[in-house]
Design a protein around this ligand. Sequence first.
Ligand code: PLP
Length: 328
Amino acid sequence: MPVITAPLEFNEEQLYVDLESMFGHSLFLKCEGFNFAGSIKLKAAIEMVESAEQHGLVTPDTILVESSSGNLGVALAIIAASKGYEFLCVTDTRCNLSARRLIEALGSQVHIITEPAPDRGFLGARLDYVHSLCASDPRYVWLNQYSNPSNWKAHYRRTAPEIARQFPNLDVLFIGTGTTGTLMGCARYFRELGSPVRIVAVDSVGSVTFGGEPGRRMIPGLGTSVRPRLLDESYVDDVVIVDEVDTIRACHRLARSGFLFGGSTGTVVSGAMDWLARHGSPGMTSVAIAPDLGERYLDTLYQTNWLQGLYGEDVLNFAEIAAGVRPG
Ligand SMILES: Cc1ncc(COP(=O)(O)O)c(C=O)c1O
């Protein structure tokens, strides 16, 4: 029986969903949403705050500040509440209302950027705002998930070893990419282990991370409008780019089996199934990482009006979703 005194002490690390019966290819989905922050970002947040503490960057006056599309903000708000720090989350209009409310309920502040930077999108505008805050007041300490090595080290130390322990004969690992912290931590771990695991990055259409054209992306978590500084493509064996329509349909297909996951999980599952259809072979052992759960997306991904307004009437043809058919 786990008994804890701080919210950071609990994180379910050993839960996998076998997707073969739902999607037709063997794929074990590692569920990272079962902790008090509700996402994989808790691990990166802990690692970054502890590293800042160890380097003497955090004092009782400190106001932690971070640009986040939601999940890292929630994780940092929990850490701030637990350790007695102030925290300001800088986000933009695509942040889920529920993530914003969670951050505020935990006692932190949220600042919402409403206009994208002309050439660098919402992310560029968020980063400009954080820079101006830090320049204006020395109490602000920016953890900077986009270049902080503790972001990827969290996954090097925790996420990847856990997968390796459960799947000693792993063939392929699918990882969605936002800051690329999860990707780089896992990829470095398996490379240093000397393991032949193929690392497949999964990103969204409209993201510039792997050199694509910038475009509209409405589902938070994955993708960037500024190339992530943590990324070293020499660690990546393959990249799959997924259309948001396919993300939505994968999410709804999972939901119709009773598994309500977040948007990035739909992207990773859709990309992994696409890759496995092309390169998979019988007996191949495949794992994908599900960064969070679906409740935070009830007003967007799981709301018919929102979906049809953005992606058209056909996006939710449940007969086709169940059969895995893409709208045409
Ligand atoms: C739901 C969700 N999925 C995926 C990611 C991407 O993870 P990473 O930043 O490690 O690339 C994030 C990051 O914020 C996220 O919130």
